[in-house]
Design a protein around this ligand. Structure first.
Ligand SMILES: [Zn+2]
Length: 361
């Protein structure tokens, strides 16, 4: 019953357009440190929406929607950078050793296809090569229980390139080197029943939501009560995404990032998840209450949760010394930092809360 009420309430949101943004964003690889191409896409979409934005020295993009009150500003952020890896060593056999970017389990990337992006100092774009991430004992027919019991740590993983090579020199001759970026295949699937399965829904689902938020607010023709900035950050997975360059007049800072449904958690793949506390401590109680009240009033399906092993761009901003009221909300992403899943209900509930918050006086 609740779902049907929510569905009808969300009917004025164009689900296809949200999926369009999400699919595009998921299809452009963007591990932290390699986000130029995805930022070009974000800038292109902001250009189409005709919204002013600035680019920070770190490469983040901040769009601004002017409101009635320009002295008390709100900033909503989502990060477009993802997990990934970097080539650490080219092995004598021609395989590549890797060093992770961001925090994840090695078994979550074992057997995954990937693209290695080489760095060309004279050009924006290097060359791309494909490969597969394997353990160094990938076959039970060869290694038996040793293959099963091998500890999945970076030192025991390697990339097998889709090239007819068998020496380090052949790999170097192709143009690959230490420091090249490794991007995991996202494997994005939208199912008929509304699920979205993909790597990097953290936090690309939120970036798609915020892009759509800008479009929706502009098309509504209604002026916001407060100037509202949309901060697309690009170093969250390595801890310092929104630690700088927050618009000076920001009083309320809402990090739109995933919720974590799963074992012993209150979060859900169908609701908007409001984080009360994570490893960085409690979020601002007054702002949390206000967001919760909006959910109650607007009949938005929500869950409040506590994440002991989580930090967000709002935590990064607080730690950097910003005097802001910080909150963390987002869609529930199952199996976070693995092959993730959420449902469009969760995305629409998060969108609905954000839109209602932006318009709240
Ligand atoms: Zn995230």
């Amino acid at each position: 019953m609740l779902i049907s009420i929510l569905r009808s309430d969300n009917l004025n949101y164009n689900e296809d357009k949200i999926k369009y943004y999400l699919n595009n964003i998921l299809s452009i690889p963007s591990p932290s440190g390699f986000t130029e191409k995805i930022m070009d896409y974000i800038k292109k979409e902001l250009g189409i929406l005709n919204v002013p934005y600035i680019v920070t020295n770190k490469g983040a993009v901040i769009a601004t929607l002017k409101g009635e009150n320009n002295d008390y500003q709100r900033t909503l952020t989502a990060h477009v950078d993802t997990l990934g890896a970097m080539v650490k060593k080219i092995n004598p056999s021609g395989s590549l050793s890797l060093d992770p970017i961001g925090g994840y389990m090695m078994n979550s990337i074992e057997g995954e296809n990937c693209t290695i992006e080489t760095i060309d100092c004279n050009s924006i774009k290097g060359k791309s090569f494909t490969g597969t991430i394997q353990s160094i004992k990938p076959s039970v027919h060869i290694s038996g229980d040793d293959a099963r019991e091998l500890k999945r740590i970076p030192e025991n993983m390697e990339i097998i390139l889709d090239e007819k090579i068998s020496t380090k020199k052949e790999v170097e001759d192709l143009g690959l080197s230490v420091g090249d970026f490794i991007c995991f295949d996202a494997r994005t699937i939208f199912t008929e029943k509304g699920f979205v399965k993909s790597r990097h829904l953290d936090d690309k689902a939120s970036v798609a939501i915020l892009l759509y938020t800008i479009k929706y607010i502009l098309e509504s023709g209604i002026k916001l009560p407060y100037t509202t900035n949309i901060f697309i950050s690009n170093y969250e997975e390595v801890g310092h995404g929104a630690s700088a360059s927050i618009p000076e007049k920001t009083k309320e800072f809402v990090s739109v990032d995933m919720g974590c449904p799963g074992l012993d958690q209150n979060s859900s793949e169908y609701s908007v998840c409001i984080c009360a506390k994570d490893s960085s401590g409690p979020y601002d109680l007054e702002l949390r209450k206000r967001l919760t009240q909006i959910c109650k009033k607007e009949k938005i399906d929500y869950k409040i949760d506590v994440y002991p092993h989580y930090g967000s761009d709002a935590s990064a901003a607080l730690r950097a010394g910003w005097d802001i009221k910080a909150a963390l909300i987002g869609a529930g992403i199952f199996a976070s930092h693995g092959y993730e899943r959420t449902h469009m209900d969760s995305i629409l509930n998060t969108l609905n809360l954000i839109i209602k918050y932006c318009f709240q006086k």
